[in-house]
Design a protein around this ligand. Sequence first.
Ligand SMILES: [Zn+2]
Length: 254
Amino acid sequence: MDLEFSPLPRGDWVLVTGAMANTLNKYQPVRLIGNPIILPKAGKPSRYQEERHHNRVHNFAYKVFTIKKKRPELTTRIHAQISESVSFSVDHNTSTLTHSRIHKYLHADGKAPCVVFWNGNTDKVLIEKLGTKHVKKYLDITTVHHPNNNNYDLVLQDMSRDKQVISKIPIGHYIKKNGGTLNLLECHTLICGQIHEGVVDCHDPVTDVILTKCIFNYIMKTVKPSTIYSYCSGKPIKARGRKKTRKEKREKKK
Ligand SMILES: [Zn+2]
């Protein structure tokens, strides 16, 4: 799952769009679109009302993305997404950006789901603010940088309080200007590099979900799927990371 949002003053958020894909629905993520939702720091979610919220969103997104991070393209993107969502909700009565649609999708098979994000700390906070309950586990995929050799590990982590690392897989060498963690596209380039159907550019939620899913499948192929399944069903794990190759086992014995 991926959400696109913007912070607002006083700790509020505006949820603009997003996308979800379940394990059954392999290559067709569902785009969340409709009138954006204001998620206040305290209190209930409310709908974005253009006149009342537009200036707040604009000024704040401008300050955060343009001045602090020097990334004006993000302000433009958030505004394009808000305009798209608002015009969609005027034209159609089939909004998917609603709590009930998200809830229905997540529980389509009648079971409590495990939700996987890419660097999803804020996504998790916002999905919980929407009132989504009965999620079994929230899992986060991120990367860890080793500054001495610019190598990276791909990490799958439980987002609950103890932040247990479920798997840590070395994925190789990548040189970034300022070091630090890889973004979604960089990580995907390193482990897959295919151009998947439906991919446009990063920060389009459907694209982000397709790439996140590809990276998650890579983790599933590399570590035993049963490790992840048993973890998600509530059993503690001992073995972490990928299976050792024969060569590594031999070297360990020496
Ligand atoms: Zn891929």
